[in-house]
Design a protein around this ligand. Sequence first.
Ligand SMILES: [Fe+2]
Length: 281
Amino acid sequence: MGIAGEENDLKKDQKSDDEPLFIIQVTDPHLRKEEDGELLGMNTRSSLDAVLQLIAKNHSVPDLVLATGDIAQDGSVEAYRCFMEKMGVFDSPVYWFSGNHDNRDAMKQVTGAGDKGALEKVVRIGPWQLIFLDSLLDGKVYGHLEESELDVLNKALTERPDLHSMVCFHHHPVDIDSEWLDNIGLKNRDQLLELVDRHANVRCLMWGHIHQEIDQYRNDVRLLATPSTCVQFLPKSKDFAVDTLAPGYRWLQLNNDGSIKTGVERVEHIDFEVDYSSKGY
Ligand SMILES: [Fe+2]
């Protein structure tokens, strides 16, 4: 399946230098060291492969690829090596950072070999800057942004008020009408949102963690969340519940005027095993 009504706009091979940025976001692949590693019954390596194949079918080379946390389910070096190997299909920079299931030390072991994608904090391209924050609080499922992370954001926004800014992290900074998920969001969201409100150049906040699609606004700032490349969570559910929707990804077109075109695509016609009776993950 292509992108309804958008395919022609988004093909990189039709781009010139003054055209918009095109970005792919994948999130929450939850890889394990074992090749047959699963999350809630789904083989997460296979589902990531299926998503990557769909991306290759729908788009040519993006300007950059972003993975917004929960790269590994088990925090293993092997899982991160597997992730980097799979993301090697992209002939573009790949940026990634941690979620609550990740292990920073293991990520650093892998990225020390030359891939700095997991360490980058600010990327500036044309009239845009992307700022990547680490909301992992060791040992906790909910998230927290340390002062040092908020300082990175404040510095980037202050330094370049002329750049449209997209801020990316793992945990959701707003409630999503799902009690169990709202208990494990970004705990110091008020600090983040107060900082964002002080700057006029923030166009978008984007995250992973909730394994479902969100596209809404807070004031004039776009709020985006994206399906996992593996199992999905049921929206607006009070208690933990798995959704029947398929693995997917998000594409984004960042326009020079600060507007954003975006959409979610999901794998079709592949049967994935999922344990719908699970009470948690
Ligand atoms: Fe996740």
